[in-house]
Write a protein that binds this ligand. Structure first.
Ligand code: KG4
Ligand code: ZN
Length: 338
């Protein structure tokens, strides 16, 4: 079998990522996190672009070094074309384009949302790969989608959020509770010690396979404000129960929709992806469906859940095999069609 070395670059939001793959195996996967945004409780686009520009060369150098190869060994360069923050995408996209021209190797544009799904095709011991067609639920800070995946390049969105993404619901709740950004992992941590039935939040009514999370966020805000008025220490005294109850509600929303998607399509292979797929509660709830309903579920390795370049690389590898390359005029797109 021919060995292809793909360098992948991810810069859609606030993490600068570079990875090197040899076919379906990850040789290195480097991420520079931008801590600056914690100070502001959210990502500041201009600061993100600047940090990408500063980090991109060292991150790529480290990725090549860890993979034990040099630039001249590369077969192609894959990069995140979108969706994401325009200024962030431009840094990775322009760099990838220039490097591919300098090395005279093909350039491959990758859809970030496809990458969260196709991360399941990375060769990893102990991790099975789904077979087409399968259902994917991508849950991240920017997106919440249920997708029917027909092939490496053919995917249909069956449902998505009509307002906030599920990660935003986590992060905005975390902000209300006084956690630093991004607060999703902290809610998850506290939820594990709390009572999920302590407080009841109502699920939004949304037709079909679509989602809505902005009402839930408002509901939580009003609830907390009301309780804090009665007892200023309410949050501190009940943080575990609050987090467990919020998490329980979110998991119910997600699981109900994925159940409906299985009913509608008859497809019983379910993969999750995106930052929120790191969540312990959603992982557990999904796993339980294997014995409960006989589904086959695919839960990504932890390092491939939040934004990373390895997932961009695996899409790059499959597009490389299919001969799908970008031309010199390819542009970054904040809203990239699916
Ligand atoms: O995929 P990702 O890294 O970036 C986007 O493309 O949006 O997802 C980031 C999101 C953030 O909202 C973060 O709070 C959430 O994923 N997240 C979690 C957990 N780990 C990360 N949410 C809940 N539980 C977690 N353990
Ligand atoms: Zn993402």
């Amino acid at each position: 079998q021919q060995l292809n070395y793909i360098l992948a670059i991810e810069s859609s939001c606030d993490d600068t990522g570079a990875a090197v793959l040899c076919n379906e195996k990850v040789l290195s996967n480097v991420v520079a996190k931008q801590e600056i945004h914690e100070l502001y409780g959210g990502v500041i686009p201009e600061l993100a672009s600047r940090a990408h520009q500063q980090n991109i060369v060292p991150v790529i150098d480290v990725a090549l070094q860890k993979a034990g190869i040099s630039k001249s060994d590369l077969s192609a360069i894959a990069f995140t074309q979108g969706p994401g923050l325009m200024g962030s995408l431009l840094v990775g996209g322009s760099f990838a384009k220039s490097l591919s021209m300098a090395l005279h190797i093909p350039l491959i544009a990758v859809n970030h949302m496809h990458a969260h799904i196709l991360a399941h095709f990375i060769d990893e011991e102990g991790f099975d790969k789904p077979t087409f067609p399968f259902l994917a639920m991508t849950i991240s800070g920017g997106h919440t989608q249920i997708v029917k995946v027909n092939s490496f390049v053919d995917m249909e969105i069956l449902g998505e959020t009509t307002d906030d993404a599920v990660g935003e619901a986590y992060d905005k709740t975390a902000k209300i509770l006084g956690f630093p950004y991004p607060g999703g992992p902290l809610i998850d941590k506290h939820a594990q010690n709390g009572n999920p039935k302590a407080y009841a939040f109502t699920k939004p009514k949304v037709d079909g396979l679509n989602f809505s999370f902005s009402g839930l966020k408002t509901q939580i805000l009003y609830f907390i404000q009301k309780e804090v008025k009665k007892n200023p220490d309410f949050i501190k005294e009940n943080i575990d129960d609050i987090c467990a109850s919020v998490q329980h509600t979110i998991i119910r929303i997600l699981m109900d929709k994925i159940k409906l998607a299985v009913e509608q399509t008859g497809i019983r292979q379910i993969a999750i992806g995106g930052g929120v797929s790191a969540n312990s509660g959603i992982r557990k709830a999904l796993k339980e469906t294997e014995t409960k309903y006989g589904w086959k579920t695919f839960i990504p390795k932890f390092e491939y859940t939040t934004d990373n370049a390895a997932m961009i690389g695996i899409v790059g590898y499959h597009k490389f095999n299919l001969g799908i390359f970008s031309d010199d005029e390819v542009v970054s797109k904040a809203r990239l069609e699916f």
